[in-house]
Design a protein around this ligand. Structure first.
Ligand SMILES: *[C@@H]1O[C@H](CO)[C@@H](O)[C@H](O)[C@H]1NC(C)=O
Ligand SMILES: *[C@@H]1O[C@H](CO)[C@@H](O)[C@H](O)[C@H]1NC(C)=O
Ligand SMILES: *[C@@H]1O[C@H](CO)[C@@H](O)[C@H](O)[C@H]1NC(C)=O
Ligand SMILES: *[C@@H]1O[C@H](CO)[C@@H](O)[C@H](O)[C@H]1NC(C)=O
Ligand SMILES: *[C@@H]1O[C@H](CO)[C@@H](O)[C@H](O)[C@H]1NC(C)=O
Ligand SMILES: *[C@@H]1O[C@H](CO)[C@@H](O)[C@H](O)[C@H]1NC(C)=O
Length: 627
């Protein structure tokens, strides 16, 4: 996961118009009011302040270690009650950590201040990493009893050390935390000094358990969680998917199951890391093969099938890792989701009658649909999930009464100009799905429904034999589940992304590359088993990298990078978190935090704010014979 030789674009937003119910004005108001009604923060620093420096190998002499972060809203936890913090894992992922997860046993905490086992008000996990030296970004995942609970990635560290910490709400995984099991973390890393990669990741994971208080009682959590993973005792538990069959897990659910939801974690890896910039196969031959375009198109759908029947889909937010497109864009401020990737929910409650038939196990398949043929994706996607079940007091019976799943409507158009000088491609996709069942449970008879209404567009323009690419993607939609007319799941989202990338000089001696990226993540999510929460993240990043003339693997020797982010969070409990932050050239330019949760995730210390030009910047000395 380092740089992509990419192509660029021209685009219009005309196609992305609204899907009914995507974040509504009411859902957006607290975010926008809080964000734009907040303190006015001087936007310090302009492109002319950019200083040259080395993105992958900074010898920055001024601040050690550098605080690096992904902006996140801190978990909502009781105030004034008791809690306890336990260390779950301390491990250095260095030499020999590739495909070798750290595995420790997990035992629920029993001290009185933690609260009764399984009756916690909240659980949070603190994932804190220190790394020093040179390293690519690497993907990580944390599993509890073979259920993935966290998909993360790493910073590309500095030579004076980089530290990053992310806190994540784990409350809905209470049934897993209430039982002894295995805690596994995979952070497959490669330390190889012949490749100049010398940095390990020193990981500390702690869990904090909060006892309930009067104002913050034990929340409603699932009764049972079943992993959709490969269950390997020693290898990473997500499925590595590179074909159209996907990966199936056989599950058996209790005959008293009244509600069932699938939570999904997914990310493209290797030739699928930049799936949203992949080129439709129809046009891949426009440019010479060495221009490095990747095929199978930019649309990806992660599907959940129950006994082979499509039950729901995920159109994911494109997470850009810290080495993505231009690494200098993402240090020390990462893109949204780099250290805590979003997950997605599908209700399979209407399929409970199916899952209960025949007194046997049934399969849940996770698959990824792209636009190539057989397989429709490149290699590969890492996907896993879990089924979250609520049981009632009596046997559940029922039948599926409606299954309206239109085929995916996808259109690709495009064409090259004379002599294949430039290429334009434009893709649109639509998906509507509506499933209903009548269920008889211990609460009587009710209609349960699951609906999805999703729209996608991706427009790309290429020039210079594909070395320059402009891509603009929009993914919007609404997913809802209702039980007896009551909303139990709502996910209304909009994930626009534009990427300009210029690799014209990528193959030249002392060449380079650069990009300019805009990305929003706007999502109003009412997950099952928890309160509603909304996020609006607005990011702009741009940077340039210069390379040396080393034969073969060339190195980044200087570069610039600049990232700004506005972030707003508000939730159904009345909590808010807002942040206006900017980084430049490995240094912090500004960081303002406000909202009710501000103390739980404060800004970087003033001592880390470098001022208008960002970090001091610098360049790496390169000479022949010395690497
Ligand atoms: C997270 O864990 C790290 C390492 O254990 C610790 O230094 C830091 O204070 C913790 N952060 C919070 C907010 O608890
Ligand atoms: C021009 O592009 C088309 C596809 O868009 C391709 O089929 C054709 O071979 C290309 N021509 C040349 C000379 O590369
Ligand atoms: C279901 O399986 C259980 C356990 O094997 C068995 O006791 C029961 O009779 C079976 N029920 C039916 C309807 O086949
Ligand atoms: C791409 O970068 C090169 C080198 O900096 C520059 O000469 C060229 O104009 C850039 N192309 C575009 C389309 O910005
Ligand atoms: C991203 O969010 C900003 C701030 O709310 C908004 O002005 C902009 O239009 C959004 N961009 C897109 C493409 O929706
Ligand atoms: C980056 O380094 C190369 C090689 O030393 C040099 O030619 C180039 O001018 C540098 N670029 C900048 C913008 O400093």
């Amino acid at each position: 996961m380092i740089v992509k030789k990419a192509g660029v674009l021209l685009w219009t937003w005309a196609a992305l118009l609204l899907v009914n119910g995507q974040p509504s004005p009411e859902e957006l108001a607290p975010l926008l009011d809080g964000l734009f009604g907040g303190p006015i923060v001087e936007a310090i620093g302009t492109a002319t302040d950019l200083q040259k420096r080395v993105p992958l190998m900074t010898d920055d002499p001024t601040v050690a270690p550098l605080i690096d972060l992904q902006v996140f809203a801190p978990p909502v936890v009781p105030k004034g009650g008791t809690s306890c913090t336990v260390r779950l894992l301390e491990y250095s992922f260095g030499v020999d950590s590739f495909n070798k997860p750290a595995i420790v046993s997990y035992v629920p905490p029993v001290l009185p201040e933690c609260g009764k086992v399984g009756e916690w008000a909240a659980i949070s996990l603190n994932l804190s990493v220190f790394s020093i030296g040179t390293q690519y970004d690497r993907l990580g995942a944390i599993y509890l009893s073979h259920t993935e609970v966290w998909r993360t990635s790493s910073a590309e560290p500095t030579k004076t050390g980089t530290r990053w910490t992310t806190i994540k709400d784990m409350t809905h995984y209470t049934p897993l935390f209430a039982k002894s099991g295995d805690l596994m973390m995979d952070f497959s890393n490669i330390v190889d000094t012949s490749l100049l990669l010398d940095a390990a990741f020193d990981v500390t994971i702690t869990a904090t358990f909060y006892a309930p208080t009067k104002a913050f009682p034990v929340p409603d959590t699932p009764d049972l969680i079943i992993p959709l993973s490969n269950l390997s005792p020693t290898l990473p538990n997500f499925f590595a998917i590179d074909n159209d069959a996907g990966a199936a897990t056989d599950i058996e659910i209790p005959d008293t199951s009244e509600e069932a939801y699938v939570e999904i974690a997914c990310s493209g890896n290797s030739a699928e890391e930049f799936w949203y910039l992949n080129t439709p196969d129809e046009f891949i031959d426009t440019f010479p093969p060495d221009s490095g375009l990747v095929g199978k198109g930019p649309f990806r759908e992660v599907q959940v099938l129950v006994d082979g029947q499509l039950a729901g889909v995920v159109w994911p937010h494109a997470v850009i890792y810290t080495g993505g497109i231009t690494p200098s864009n993402w240090r020390p401020l990462t893109s949204f989701g780099a250290y805590d990737q979003p997950t997605y929910w599908i209700s399979i409650t209407p399929f409970i009658p199916q899952l209960l038939t025949g007194n046997q196990s049934h399969s849940i398949t996770l698959r990824v649909q792209g636009q190539g043929s057989n397989p429709s994706i490149n290699s590969n996607w890492f996907v896993s999930g879990s089924v979250h079940i609520r049981v009632g007091l009596g046997k559940v019976a029922g039948r599926l009464t409606k299954y309206e799943v239109d085929p995916l409507e996808i259109k690709t158009i495009g064409g090259a100009t004379a002599g294949n000088k430039t290429l334009h491609t434009w893709l649109t996709a639509k998906r509507r799905l509506s499933v209903e069942a009548e269920l008889t449970t211990s609460h009587g008879r009710q209609t349960v429904s699951f609906t999805q209404d999703l729209r996608y567009s991706n427009e790309a323009d290429y020039e210079d034999e594909g070395w320059v690419q402009r891509g603009a993607q929009s993914t919007v939609g609404t997913t809802e589940a209702q039980h007896g007319g009551q909303l139990v799941l709502r996910d209304a989202f909009s994930y626009p992304l534009t990427v300009f990338s210029n690799y014209s000089l990528f193959t030249q001696e002392f060449g380079g590359y650069g990009s300019d990226i805009h990305q929003n993540h706007t999502r109003a999510l009412h997950p099952p088993f928890s309160f509603q929460r909304s996020i609006h993240s607005v990011q702009h990043a741009r940077g340039q990298i210069g390379m040396d003339n080393w034969p073969g693997l060339r190195h980044a020797i200087n570069g610039t990078g600049e990232t700004t982010q506005l972030f707003a969070y508000s939730d159904g409990r009345g909590e808010t978190y807002f942040r206006d932050v900017a980084a430049m050239n490995d240094g912090w330019v500004k960081d303002e935090v406000w909202g009710t949760l501000k103390d739980a995730n404060p800004p970087v210390p003033k001592s880390q704010i470098f001022g208008p030009g960002g970090g001091p910047g610098f360049r790496r000395m390169v000479a022949r014979g010395r690497r």
